[in-house]
Design a protein. Structure first.
Length: 443
């Protein structure tokens, strides 16, 4: 369980320094052992975090998102003493982490090292915004201001000496992959869901499956991330290292929420067309009905928390390499004193990754899916002072040296078929499979 101290006074000392033209992904590749990576390629914002000046973990609990409010308080003015130029840019966060999809389910060995929640304050952040790169170091203030001052300055100076430039790997040999998934189990699961929908107990349920991948060579994580950022620049590319050598990474098209003060942004993404060349999705499609269920679920969840809520009148189409999605933007102004934890608890899981009605759909998933989702489809991102950005960790995989498990899902509504949902999940897996296949390194 988390144990926090909210005594007055600074908890950490930090310093930011320019980092020439260093790209965070190059730093990830050159320095190794990155604890976290986060990039939104189209926005020009990215970061790589190394080490942990502090780490907070939560075991299964009845109040899983309380830690968000504690971390926001630990990020407020006065808790971090900034050295040198007080006007220097501040990095995102500075807390980075995520949550398991189901906070009450006991995890299996596959997710060893990924507790119900894990959040870190990196010792060193290499980050980029607006075409400029920076290095930010953190140290506990408990060591005393003078010692902490020396520690953060030495960390930044040590990095500046290396100044990793564009990191290139010369060996482009491709290894061999073997991918497997249980089609018969999927068919049985979809048919069970359709029976529940016909009986009226649920209107939509999002079901997931895993794809086991084995390689004859170790995976090269920076290369996988580089592949993803090139292939799906409209997605959020992320990576989080667990406690026991595994890494959870992916490229998600879905934002759970962005919060800045009382301003809230989120989105409904649901409804897929595997072939980009097909005619546009129409309101009579099964996909449009699936999308409407997500909008209604988000609206119902956010209405009690917002003074006003604005939902786009009609969805746009988000195009990805192997499929496209219906996407509706949602913006709101929060009521006074609404905590971040309440927003996340209201939104997670949205009908895009859970179903509707939410409680019944989640019960069906827990009882019938027979899959430990772990952090798949859980919230992941960063938290700071009065601000946060959390993505929904879909299109993701947990990776160990030469083994990976990919996770993909599909929304089942009236009119769905096992074959159609299988093909949709196959399309959703392609970008990550291509990235993993291109990320076989040589040690």
């Amino acid at each position: 369980m988390i144990q926090s101290s909210f005594a007055e006074g600074p908890a950490w000392v930090a310093m930011t320094s320019p980092a020439a033209d260093v790209m965070p992904l190059d730093a990830y590749a050159a320095l190794g052992d990155a604890a976290v990576f986060w990039e939104k390629p189209l926005s020009g914002e990215s970061l790589a975090g190394f080490g942990a000046a502090d780490c907070r973990e939560v075991s299964r609990t009845g109040q899983p998102f309380q830690i968000i409010d504690e971390l926001a308080e630990l990020s407020c003015p006065g808790r971090i003493t900034w050295l040198a130029n007080s006007g220097a840019p501040r990095p995102p966060g500075p807390w980075f982490g995520g949550f398991a999809f189901d906070q009450h389910r006991r995890s299996t060995a596959r997710w060893s090292g990924f507790p119900a929640a894990k959040w870190i304050l990196p010792e060193l952040l290499i980050w980029r915004r607006g075409g400029s790169s920076f290095a930010t170091a953190f140290c506990s203030a408990s060591r005393g201001l003078r010692e902490a001052d020396a520690v953060v300055r030495n960390r930044v100076a040590a990095f500046q000496k290396k100044l990793p430039r564009r990191f290139q790997r010369e060996d482009n040999r491709r290894g061999r992959l073997a991918a497997t998934s249980d089609r018969s189990a999927w068919d049985r699961l979809i048919h069970a869901a359709l029976r529940s929908i016909d009986e009226g107990s649920i209107t939509k349920v999002v079901l997931a499956r895993s794809i086991a991948v084995e390689s004859d060579r170790p995976f090269d994580l920076p290369r996988i991330l580089a592949w993803l950022r090139r292939s799906v620049p409209g997605c959020t590319v992320f990576s989080m290292r667990g406690n026991e050598g595994a890494t959870f990474l992916g490229a998600t098209p879905e934002t759970l929420c962005r919060v800045d003060g009382r301003l809230l942004e989120t989105e409904a993404i649901a409804g897929s067309a595997p072939e980009p060349g097909e005619p546009p999705l129409t309101p009579t499609d099964k996909e449009a009905r699936e999308h409407r269920a997500v909008i209604d679920g988000i609206e119902q969840a956010l209405q009690p928390l917002c003074e006003r809520l604005q939902i786009d009148a009609s969805p746009g189409v988000m195009g990805l390499p192997h499929l496209r999605h219906l996407r509706t933007e949602i913006r709101g102004r929060l009521r006074a004193d609404v905590a971040l934890s309440k927003i996340v608890a209201a939104l997670h899981p949205t009908p895009a990754v859970g179903g509707a009605p939410r409680d019944r759909a989640l019960r069906f998933i827990a009882e019938r899916e027979n899959l430990d989702r772990g952090w798949y489809a859980g919230p992941i991102g960063w938290i700071g002072d009065g601000a946060a950005e959390l993505a929904v960790a879909i299109r993701s995989a947990i990776i160990r040296p030469s083994e990976a498990n990919l996770f993909v899902g599909a929304g089942v509504v009236a009119g769905s078929t096992a074959e159609g949902e299988w093909l949709e999940t196959e399309a959703k897996s392609l970008t990550l499979l291509e990235a993993i296949g291109g990320g076989i390194g040589v040690r």
